[in-house]
Design a protein around this ligand. Structure first.
Ligand SMILES: [Zn+2]
Length: 310
């Protein structure tokens, strides 16, 4: 028998039954999905050392196995990631999948170029409780990460001298940013238990690092060197920080005065001007740069090189 609205009681019952089933199915899917994502990224309490913890679509880290230490690493990464994004943009800062991990027994911090689509950053810390060290190492390696995004970097595997100095100066620059904007970092909540804000320790850390290079002189203000001498600098620049302390301090002093849009091309354009002999052709770069005065000042981090014509 037809009802007023043209729908039988049985069919209304069937519709109600169907919608109840649908609601149950949706509820079940939500629970199943929640469990699936939990199994991918364990909650802090379930985590074991080495578990992968996703930070966003591109970045993740391997758990230290300690809830507090994970929190320090995460909070400092979030601050740095935001700072890097404000200079280089979201696409560049998330362009390649990257996993961060700590290895207490490693020789040094390092970035592994796994493939065009994957990088790994190894930190070398006895604990992530040393926040300045975390930032110093992580910001350095994240700067390498930005260099890795450029096509030329993938093609020609680098003039490390210039790149290392930029990474080192950027690490100090990021430490200063953290100190200046300390309240924006969630770890500032720990200041309640301190006599002085932690930001003062960050300024001291930067000052101490800079002091180590106080007596050094820029190589570009000294006698020119040969291409083979510069090749040696390129080879050792990753491990021999002493050799470019003056250049690191010099560039840090400039970075803190430059606008973010002036800093951006330093890293994104540098390898367009890499020559086969592994030096940067600053002369051409200065002519083509949007901010020639910035590149002109930057060029002083490279020694004067005698290029003999055969
Ligand atoms: Zn490096």
């Amino acid at each position: 028998m037809l009802h007023k609205g043209g729908v039988t009681f049985e069919s209304r019952l069937a519709t109600k039954f169907f919608s109840t089933c649908l609601a149950l199915m949706i509820a079940f899917s939500v629970v199943a999905f929640t469990h699936a994502s939990e199994s991918k990224t364990p909650t802090p309490l379930d985590r074991k050392e080495g578990d992968e913890v996703k930070l966003n679509d591109a970045w993740s880290y391997l758990s230290t196995g300690n809830k507090d230490q994970d929190k320090y690493l995460e909070s400092l990464f979030i601050f740095l990631h935001k700072e890097f994004e404000s200079i280089f943009g979201t696409d560049v800062v998330n362009g390649i999948k990257c996993t961060i991990y700590n290895d207490k027994d490693a020789e040094s911090p390092f970035i592994h170029y796994v493939s065009d689509k994957e990088l790994k950053i190894r930190l070398h810390l006895s604990s992530t409780i040393y926040w300045c060290q975390v930032v110093f190492q992580l910001a350095h390696e994240m700067t390498h990460y930005i260099f890795c995004q450029t096509y030329e970097y993938k093609k020609l595997f680098g003039s490390k001298w210039n790149e290392e100095i930029v990474c080192e100066a950027m690490a100090l620059y990021m430490l200063k940013q953290l100190a200046d904007k300390w309240k924006e970092c969630t770890l500032s909540a720990y200041d309640r238990a301190r006599r002085t804000p932690y930001s003062s320790s960050i300024y001291t850390y930067v000052a101490d690092e800079r002091k180590k290079g106080a007596d050094y002189v820029l190589k570009s203000s000294q006698a020119p060197i040969t291409l083979s001498e510069f090749a040696e600098f390129n080879k050792t620049s990753g491990s021999d920080r002493e050799n470019h302390r003056a250049e690191t301090n010099y560039l840090y002093d400039l970075l803190i005065t430059w606008e973010k849009e002036q800093i951006k091309p330093i890293i994104l354009e540098m390898y367009q001007y890499l020559k086969e002999d592994c030096y940067i052709d600053y002369e051409t770069w200065i002519c083509e740069a949007k901010y020639p005065d910035v590149i002109e000042k930057l060029s002083k981090i490279q020694p004067n090189i005698v290029r003999t014509v055969p």
